[in-house]
Design a protein around this ligand. Structure first.
Ligand code: NAI
Length: 249
């Protein structure tokens, strides 16, 4: 794991119940940050947070659906009351509803856009004032290589992630004068519950296209997050970092 000192910093990670979000929350806590973990499953989120605390980290669980604007605003109020300020935000919560474009239902389209894109907006808007006040902030959005190059069966998902990339580039320009950076990470194929549902033959086919010869793990993404969260990356903003073992470029 990259060595970064985040002592005294407070972070929010959405979708911290499992997978990449949990890996990121663990890494931030290990680096010394206090972490507000947002998720939708009370039991699983509590277990994940208890794991971080058992490892000596400082973390707290908050149940919130990021696609619900009012719920996000309420949860942010509670988190800010508990933590005082938020310095680092990792917008990681995301879902897929894969289907060929011509068969995507309105519901499948809206669900993905609402969680992946609107959720990123709602949560960022809710915490940006705290960062502006302290004139320091790090916003790290988890996009996807699908948002860069597209992927058959993921028109809704690709559109949501391309939206996250455009959102990130714009807010990096709006917030730079307050010493707040905004960057996005585009993971390639990462071994999590989200990808565990895919056909093993499809997974092998993907693996054959990864020059590094392996599927990624949540720690690969957490390391990139640590870089963007670090005080040392203060001149890096508006960047889209692909972390995919060399798969797409
Ligand atoms: P996952 O399905 O294992 O975990 C997703 C997390 O988001 C869970 O904790 C879930 O509870 C949370 N979540 C989902 N909907 C939510 C909502 N409405 N409100 C609050 N939390 C919600 O997924 P994984 O693989 O860990 O993905 C994390 C992020 O990385 C997602 O944004 C995903 O699109 C992105 N990503 C993942 C890749 C992969 O290969 N696993 C590749 C590229 C991007």
């Amino acid at each position: 794991m990259i060595q970064v000192d985040l002592t005294g910093k407070n972070a929010v990670v959405t979708g911290a119940t499992r997978g990449i979000g949990l890996g990121v929350a663990k890494a931030l806590a290990k680096a010394g940050a206090a972490v507000a973990c947002i998720g939708t499953n009370q039991e699983k989120l509590t277990a994940s947070v208890e794991g971080i605390v058992a490892d000596g980290g400082n973390a707290k669980a908050y149940i919130c659906n990021v696609a619900d604007s009012a719920a996000v605003a309420e949860t942010a109020k509670t988190i800010l009351a508990d933590f005082g300020k938020i310095d680092i935000l990792v917008n990681n919560a995301g879902i897929t509803r894969d289907m060929l474009m011509r068969r995507i239902t309105d519901e499948q389209w809206n669900d993905v856009i609402n969680v992946n894109l609107s959720g990123t907006f709602y949560v960022t808007r809710a915490f940006v004032e705290s960062m502006r006040k302290s004139k320091w902030g790090r916003i790290i959005n988890i996009a996807s290589i699908s948002g860069l190059i597209g992927n058959k069966g993921q028109a809704n998902y690709s559109a949501s992630k391309a939206g996250v990339i455009g959102f990130t580039r714009t807010i990096s320009k709006e917030l730079a004068n307050r010493n707040i950076t905004a960057n996005a990470i585009c993971p390639g194929f990462i071994d999590t519950d989200m990808t565990a549902v895919l056909d093993p033959i499809y997974i092998q086919g993907l693996k054959d296209h990864i020059p590094m010869g392996r599927i990624g793990v949540p720690e690969d993404i957490a390391n990139a997050v640590l870089f963007f969260a670090s005080p040392d990356s203060s001149f890096v903003t508006g960047q889209i970092l692909t972390v995919d073992g060399g798969m797409i470029y």
